[in-house]
Design a protein around this ligand. Structure first.
Ligand code: SF4
Length: 359
């Protein structure tokens, strides 16, 4: 049997690619259909005391609707904190399944619904709980740090959950305590954190189907065509791409960098769903997608997550009208263990000022 800590088996890689290929994007709608759905969703949100929590990579129409209805558009760290603090009884989480599970783990008394329960994440899929637990058991002297992009069962096995917004600080903190670390599942982010902190880390070998496709050679060529541009990169990208970056950071950090940098042109290596919020933050700047390997004919994701693309106005309304069919459940035995590692992350992040005390 392949050791998943050194290599993701070819059969699992093929399965992940198959699932990505099979995911159906939300339907294209005309303006009248969109307007009708938005009106009905707004009414349901009020009727059901519900709030939308939307990831940056989800369709712009959902991001706008969340903004217009008192919801939140953010990264996974802030989504988790916002959902836990918000008084709404129902959380409508638009993103991928681990985000819904995280919301449910932190808010077991609330109903958590998602537009689709089939929105996966290649990182989550690459890290099956049973194999991961065996790996942890084989390395009992190590502190287990997992990325938020994991199942509830993997979080339940972890000592800490981190996101790309706080991973550097948390691993740096653990290194200062002299702890050795198991890291899962993103190999690129793990390597980046390892290089930055110097921590002793055993890395799981998963990757994100979106960020793994950003291509360094083509990026060099794009930069040659736009020498005035700054390159901003999410650390789930390959090392050769990260090395070309002027700024490396989480989605929120990249948006802040877009504002802060003096450059009028930015080459952006993360899911292109972020362009909606980033362009709002810098309306006068030109944003260019970083190139992906193989070009649009061969790339799997083409800079947009196939699972994030499953979220649309139609299935948001379906979730509100038929919540039982869209509800996230986490077994209590798993939840009580997973909440410890999540709470630890949130408390640390608040102490460090990475999230506001009330969010
Ligand atoms: S963009 Fe990558 S990390 Fe994010 S949900 Fe999609 S596959 Fe997972």
């Amino acid at each position: 049997m392949t050791d998943l800590s050194t290599e993701i088996p070819a059969a699992l890689v093929a399965r992940i690619q198959q699932l990505a290929g099979e995911s159906a994007p939300a339907s294209k709608l005309n303006a009248a259909q969109e307007a009708d759905l938005i009106t009905r969703i707004k009414a349901e949100l009020i009727k059901q005391n519900a709030v939308m929590i939307v990831h940056f990579y989800v369709d712009a129409a959902l991001q706008k609707l969340a903004d217009d209805t008192g919801g939140r558009v953010s990264d996974s760290l802030d989504m988790a904190a916002f959902g836990a603090a918000h008084p709404a009884q129902t959380l409508v989480v638009c993103g991928v399944r681990f985000m819904g599970e995280t919301a449910k783990i932190l808010s077991p008394e609330k109903r958590v619904i998602m537009p689709t329960l089939k929105a996966e994440c290649s990182l989550d899929l690459s890290c099956p709980a049973t194999e991961f637990a065996a790996f942890c058991d084989a390395n009992p002297d190590r502190t287990v740090v997992v990325y938020a992009n994991t199942s509830a069962a993997v979080k339940a096995r972890a000592d800490w959950v981190v996101t790309s917004s706080n991973a550097l600080q948390i691993v740096g903190h653990l290194k200062a305590l002299g702890e050795k670390i198991i890291w899962a599942p993103d190999r690129h982010l793990g390597r980046y954190i390892q290089e930055k902190t110097g921590a002793d880390m055993l890395l799981w070998q998963g990757d994100c189907v979106v960020h793994n496709e950003f291509a360094a050679e083509a990026l060099v060529e794009l930069k040659r065509q736009h020498p005035e541009a700054a390159i901003i990169v999410h650390p789930e990208s390959p090392k050769a791409v990260v090395e070309l970056a002027d700024v490396v950071g989480s989605t929120s950090q990249l948006i802040r960098a877009a504002v802060r940098l003096p450059n009028e042109t930015l080459i952006v290596a993360t899911d292109n769903g972020i362009f909606y919020k980033m362009q709002q933050a810098v309306p006068h700047k030109t944003l260019i997608e970083a190139p992906t390997s193989g070009g649009s004919t061969q790339c799997i994701s083409c800079a947009h997550c196939p699972w994030m693309a499953m979220n649309g106005l139609e299935n948001v309304l379906a979730a509100l009208e038929h919540p039982a069919e869209h509800e996230i459940h986490v077994p209590e035995t798993i939840r009580v263990n997973a909440v410890r590692s999540l709470d630890r992350m949130l408390a640390f992040s608040r102490d460090q000022g990475l999230i506001t005390p009330r969010s």
